[in-house]
Write a protein that binds this ligand. Structure first.
Ligand SMILES: *Cc1c(COP(=O)(O)O)cnc(C)c1O
Length: 341
């Protein structure tokens, strides 16, 4: 299906190159991939198939529905939210819960267990059992593949990073875990002390850059929208809801099939932009639910039915919009066709 007037152009070579770079930066540790939230909006199956071909063996999802979505692609799947009673029935092969509370550990034991992962909380206070629980023997007898923890502020240089690393490192040898894993994308850049046996990048795979070590990360996602019509707006008239833009001169405008319902949020009003080849096309007026207007004075030949590429480099677009790089990707809606090239 590629007939929607809205598509995400997904650069498979860039995705693979980003994973290869992060794998290299992970040193001796294996490099996995966080593919929760539908592969950060790109489409989880498409992401996992390409990363598996590049050599990735471990992926991380949030829920069992997400695990089923990426099953059968030859990778090991860790389910970060652990296991509820209602999850026990339908579990794909190669998927393990990341047990994240005393209750989940008990549930897993009572159900007959098997291989699992365990999250230890070293400061996030979100999911995970405490280091004290581990010391007290909570995990004794469990068959643990990967023991993990998660960094609070890996994208900042703060003392908490080393404190979390040290309290996690102190657990080495205290459980049956075959591997230990701490670093997300930004954590990989903190250096070898943070790599342990397996890293778990997400945002950097998809073009996110948070640290200098990510300088070589390439953009993967480009939203593209089709032009519904081209019109002339006379000097002094306004464009869009609440008349937030007044044409300073007679102006050529293209109306795009794209709006905040697609995740192109209202913060891009009079701020965002697009390109058609080299022509720079600023957003004019308010982004509506399904429509956005561009000034196309710079592109005299652009017409109904043509496509434009929205400016969506993640670091720059986050700075411009005030949205996080994560929100920019995971908000992209279902009306986009996801097209790999
Ligand atoms: C989402 C997530 C990651 C990936 O984080 P990024 O900042 O996107 O690299 C890694 N580990 C856990 C537990 C996560 O929830």
């Amino acid at each position: 299906m590629t007939d929607s007037p809205l598509r995400l152009r997904l650069d498979a070579a860039a995705l693979t190159a980003n994973w290869t770079l992060l794998s290299h930066l992970s040193g001796a540790a294996a490099c996995g991939a966080a593919v929760k939230a539908n592969g950060y909006g790109l489409g989880a199956r498409g992401v996992v198939a390409r990363l598996a071909a590049a050599g990735c063996r471990d992926v991380f999802v949030a829920t069992w529905a997400e695990a089923r979505d990426v099953a059968g692609l030859g990778v090991s799947i860790s389910v970060l939210h652990g296991v509820r009673a209602e999850d026990l029935a339908e579990r794909p092969a190669n998927a393990r819960p990341v047990l994240a509370s005393v209750e989940q550990v008990r549930r897993w034991r009572d159900a007959g267990g098997g291989a699992c992962d365990v999250m230890v909380d070293t400061g996030m206070n979100r999911l995970g059992v405490s280091p004290q629980h581990v010391a007290d023997g909570l995990l004794d007898g469990l068959t643990i593949d990967t023991l993990m923890s998660h960094l609070v502020s890996a994208d900042e240089d703060v003392p908490l990073n080393a404190r979390q690393r040290d309290s996690f490192a102190a657990l080495a040898g205290r459980t049956s875990a075959r591997r230990m894993s701490l670093a997300n994308s930004a954590g990989i850049a903190l250096g070898p002390d943070y790599h342990f046996d397996l890293t778990r990048p997400g945002i950097a795979l998809y073009g996110g850059r948070q640290r200098q070590a990510h300088a070589g990360i390439r953009q993967v996602v480009t939203p593209e929208a089709q032009i519904l019509q081209r019109r002339r707006v006379p000097a002094g008239e306004t464009i869009g809801y609440n008349a937030t833009y007044t044409a300073p001169h007679d102006m050529e405008v293209a109306i795009l099939n794209l709006g905040y319902a697609d995740g192109y949020l209202r913060c891009f009003s009079n701020k965002g932009g697009a390109h058609a080849g080299d022509a720079v096309l600023p957003v004019v007026g308010r982004v509506s639910m399904d429509l956005t207007a561009l000034c196309v004075d710079a592109a005299p030949d652009l017409a109904e039915g043509d496509w434009v590429a929205m400016d969506y480099a993640l670091p720059q677009t986050a700075a411009l919009s005030g949205l996080s790089q994560y929100e920019l990707l995971t908000g992209l809606g279902a009306r986009f066709d996801r097209v790999w090239a």
